[in-house]
Design a binder for this molecule. Structure first.
Ligand code: IPE
Ligand code: IPE
Ligand code: MG
Ligand code: MG
Ligand code: MG
Length: 288
C-alpha cells in the first residue's frame, strides 16, 4: 500500500512557509531549496499538525516547529546520501543534492538547514505554556549525538555486520529515525499545551510509529522500484546494510511493522476523550 500524503489540509500553508525560509538568491540557498522544497512526503510535519489538531488547537500555530522539523529531516537526508555515507544518487525523485551541486555544497546545505531549524524556533512566537528552551531542547536532543546522529553512526558500523542482533538494530532504528518522528509529535503536543498524560500518549504513539517507519523503509527498499520510491531501490542489500529485512526476512519484518502500527493506534486512544482518528488513519496508512 502506498502512503498517500499528497492531499492534506495544511499542505499549502506548510509549503508556503518552507518556501519563505531561504529567499536570498545565493548558490547555497539554491542547493537548500532544491532539496527542501519538493518531493518529500512531509510525514513529520504532518504528524506534528495532527497532534496539534487532536488537542483542539489551530495547526497554524505549529508552522515554525513543523518547518524546523522538516529542515532537520532534509539535512539528515542530504548528509545520508553523501558518498562517504550511503552514497545515493537519487532522492525525492531527482538527483541527490551532491550530484547536482557537488559534495562541499551539499555538506554546507545540510549544515545551514540544521542551523536554521533552531533559529526558526528561537524567533517564533510560540505559546508560553512551555518555555522556549523546552522546544529547543526537544529538537536538539532528538537530532543530536545520542539520537539521530548516534543512530547514523551505528548504522554505518552495522554495515557488513551479520552478527548484529535484532535488539541492536531496533536501537539503531529508534535513534536514527524514531527520535525525530517522536519529537514531531511531542513538539506538536507542546504547541497545543499538552499536559503530561497527553505528552505521554503522543510519546508512546511516536515511539511505535517511529520504529515502524524505518522498518517500512527497509521493506520498501527491498520490494519497491526506484521510480515508486524516488530513491534507489535495493540499496540496502547492495551496501550490505543491517535491516529488518536482512535480519528477520520480509514476512516477519512486515508482521512486526503492522504490529507496531496497531500498538500505536492503541496508545493514541489515550490522548483525548474522542479517539484521534486522523492520527490513527495516518498510522494505518503506513501498513504494508
Ligand atoms: C526517509 O524518510 C529516510 C528515513 C528516515 C526512513 P522519508 O521517507 O520520510 O523521506 P521523504 O521526506 O518522504 O523524502
Ligand atoms: C536514513 O535512513 C535515516 C536518516 C537520514 C537519519 P536510510 O539510509 O535508510 O534512509 P534512505 O533509505 O536513504 O531514505
Ligand atoms: Mg542511511
Ligand atoms: Mg540512506
Ligand atoms: Mg532506507
Amino acid at each position: 500500500m502506498s502512503l498517500n500524503l499528497t492531499t492534506w489540509e495544511e499542505s499549502e500553508l506548510f509549503e508556503k512557509a518552507l518556501s519563505q525560509l531561504f529567499v536570498e538568491e545565493t548558490p547555497l540557498h539554491e542547493a537548500i531549496n532544491y532539496s527542501l522544497l519538493d518531493g518529500g512526503k512531509r510525514l513529520r510535519p504532518r504528524l506534528c499538525f495532527e497532534a496539534i489538531k487532536a488537542l483542539g488547537f489551530d495547526p497554524a500555530l505549529g508552522l515554525p516547529v513543523a518547518c524546523a522539523i522538516e529542515m532537520v529531516h532534509t539535512y539528515s537526508l542530504i548528509h545520508d546520501d553523501l558518498p562517504c555515507m550511503d552514497d545515493d544518487d537519487l532522492r525525492r525523485g531527482k538527483p541527490t543534492c551532491h550530484k547536482v551541486y557537488g559534495e562541499a555544497m551539499a555538506v554546507l546545505a545540510g549544515d545551514a538547514l540544521l542551523t536554521k531549524a533552531f533559529e526558526v524556533i528561537a524567533v517564533s512566537p510560540i505559546n508560553n505554556f512551555y518555555d522556549l528552551k523546552r522546544y529547543l531542547l526537544e529538537l536538539s536532543y532528538a537530532s543530536g549525538s545520542t539520537q539521530l546522529i548516534q543512530g547514523q553512526v551505528f548504522d554505518m558500523i552495522a554495515e557488513n555486520n551479520p552478527k548484529i542482533t535484532l535488539e541492536q538494530l531496533k536501537a539503531i532504528h529508534c535513534a536514527k529515525t524514531g527520535a525525530l518522528i517522536k519529537a514531531s509529535l511531542r513538539l506538536g503536543g507542546m504547541v497545543a499545551e499538552a499536559n503530561l498524560q497527553e505528552l505521554e500518549a503522543l510519546t508512546e504513539y511516536g515511539e511505535h510509529i517511529g520504529l515502524a517507519f524505518q522498518i517500512r523503509d527497509d521493506i520498501l527498499d527491498a520490494t519497491e522500484t526506484s521510480a515508486n520510491l524516488g530513491k534507489t531501490a535495493g540499496k540496502d542489500k547492495q551496501a550490505n546494510k543491517s535491516t529488518y529485512v536482512s535480519i528477520l526476512g520480509l514476512e516477519q519484518a512486515t508482521l512486526e511493522l503492522n504490529k507496531l502500527i496497531d500498538e500505536a493506534c492503541i496508545s493514541i486512544e489515550k490522548l483525548t476523550v474522542e479517539t484521534p482518528v486522523n492520527l490513527q488513519n495516518l498510522a494505518q496508512a503506513l501498513k504494508i
